[in-house]
Design a protein around this ligand. Structure first.
Ligand code: SF4
Length: 445
């Protein structure tokens, strides 16, 4: 008699790090014989992986839990908001279980209690790389959990704990499997990629018969052997970041750095308790651009941090004009429950925060648009994300998925996701490029 697999619905909220947690839980569920279903009605129970980073995310997570309870009734909550279980219990006392981020064991034990597994050895074989929530051709590669810094606006360390790095051989093995499984772009993520391996004292491990230290530079050297795009996120401007420039100049690592500067005024950065020293940042950026003229620099900033004066805001705008960053995200400061920055004096009024955010974005929009205009007529290699009757949407080395711009290929109808092609840029708007194939596709008759 055939067994019926218990069915689980899954709601994944939050950042790429939470997405990686979701992928791990989904993989484990599948290994144990659970079926993942796409609707509340078809599910026997629902797992909600929550985010608790800012107040808006908390509300979104609470709403998602409420919806799952209403539509299904059996709900297991995990993720960052799980660290604030009292908040969830107060709103929804009927949830079956609450656990924090990376607590896969608690999620699985709650699932076992609600729906005992019915293991069937004939169930689908799970690929070595697990279940991925991103499209087949790119994957997030999480190299560590937690963070040793204590930025005053952030509660991640209290939710996720201190830095715990994955040994370099484990990360390289996972990356190798992903590349063998068809992934064309690896997105390295952590809370602080530059700090990778500090907790392991840069332990040496072996991969493909060669010694590598658990350290950012050596990790990048290993990843560059895989013949896929590797993109670095959440890098802090420490001196050793200079060490990866040669790999970028040789085309072995994408010429792209995502560096969350957050501000440019030394006093505000001190109040934020940010790692890294801003004093030499402009000089370092100049040196990177000399070594790798094509480098794309992305960053995020917070405006209206408590105590930010007009002069300090102007200092930030001056930095922006001088640094000419390619991609920039900005937020008006919003208090996060439990963050020490909430106790700082002289909060900036909502009106002033919004006004500064608008001015900040206007300055950056001009810079970004001018930088994109300089790409007109250039030939770029791009990775295709999707294609249809309107053409294809792809990304160049300058575009990380979800957060940056895209390249629209007007004659890309015959392309396939995951394909690398060369295009000639014909037009640009504030964020995106418009291009044609450098060589028309051959028509198969
Ligand atoms: S570096 Fe700062 S902002 Fe980033 S996770 Fe660590 S404490 Fe939070």
């Amino acid at each position: 008699m055939s067994q019926v697999s218990p069915k689980i619905g899954f709601v994944s909220l939050g950042c790429p790090k939470a997405l990686v947690d979701s992928e791990r839980i989904l993989t484990q569920l599948k290994v144990e014989g659970y079926e993942i279903v796409p609707s509340y009605q078809a599910a026997d129970a629902v797992v909600v992986n929550t985010c608790g980073f800012i107040d808006a995310a908390v509300q979104e997570s609470l709403d998602a839990i409420g919806e799952a309870l209403h539509e299904n009734g059996k709900v297991i909550v995990t993720g960052c908001l799980g660290k604030r279980s009292e908040l969830i219990r107060e709103a929804y006392p009927e949830v079956l279980s609450i656990s924090g981020p990376q607590d896969y064991a608690s999620v699985m034990s709650a699932v076992h209690t609600a729906l005992p597994p019915q293991h069937n050895p004939l169930l689908d074989i799970i690929p070595d790389t697990g279940i991925k929530l991103t499209p087949k051709h790119y994957a997030y590669l999480k190299i560590s959990e937690g963070c040793n810094h204590r930025c005053s606006f952030c509660i991640i360390p209290s939710m996720r704990g201190d830095l715990v790095s994955r040994p370099v051989d484990q990360v390289l093995l996972e990356a190798e499997k992903l590349a063998k499984g068809g992934v064309k772009e690896l997105l390295v993520i952590s809370q602080d990629t530059s700090a990778y391996g500090v907790d392991l004292k840069y332990a040496e491990r072996e991969w493909r018969g060669k010694a590598y230290r658990t350290r950012m530079t050596e990790l990048c050297q290993g990843l560059s052997e895989l013949g896929v795009w590797t993109r670095l996120h959440y890098v802090y401007p420490y001196p050793h970041v200079d060490e990866v420039m040669p790999l970028m100049a040789e085309g072995k690592l994408l010429p792209y750095l995502d560096i969350p500067f957050q501000h440019a005024s030394p006093r505000i950065l001190k109040l934020m308790k940010r790692p890294g020293n801003i004093d030499r940042t402009l000089e370092r950026i100049r040196n990177w651009r000399t070594a790798v003229p094509d480098i794309t620099l992305r960053s995020t900033f917070i405006v209206g941090f408590p105590g930010e004066t007009d002069a300090e805001f102007e200092e930030l705008l001056d930095f922006l004009r001088e640094a000419e960053l390619d991609r920039v995200g900005a937020f008006a400061y919003s208090p996060v429950e439990g963050a020490r920055a909430n106790d700082l004096p002289d909060p900036v009024s909502e009106e002033l925060k919004e006004d500064r955010l608008e001015r900040f974005m206007a300055v950056q929009a001009e810079i970004s648009a001018a930088k994109l205009q300089r790409k007109l007529g250039r030939t770029l290699t791009v990775l295709v994300d999707e294609a249809g009757a309107q053409g294809a949407v792809a990304r160049s080395s300058a575009d990380a998925p979800e957060i940056d711009g895209v390249v629209h290929i007007t004659d890309g109808q015959g392309l396939k996701p995951g394909q690398f092609v060369q295009v000639v840029v014909e037009d640009a708007d504030d964020h995106d490029l418009h291009a044609r194939l450098a060589q028309p596709l051959l028509k198969v008759v």
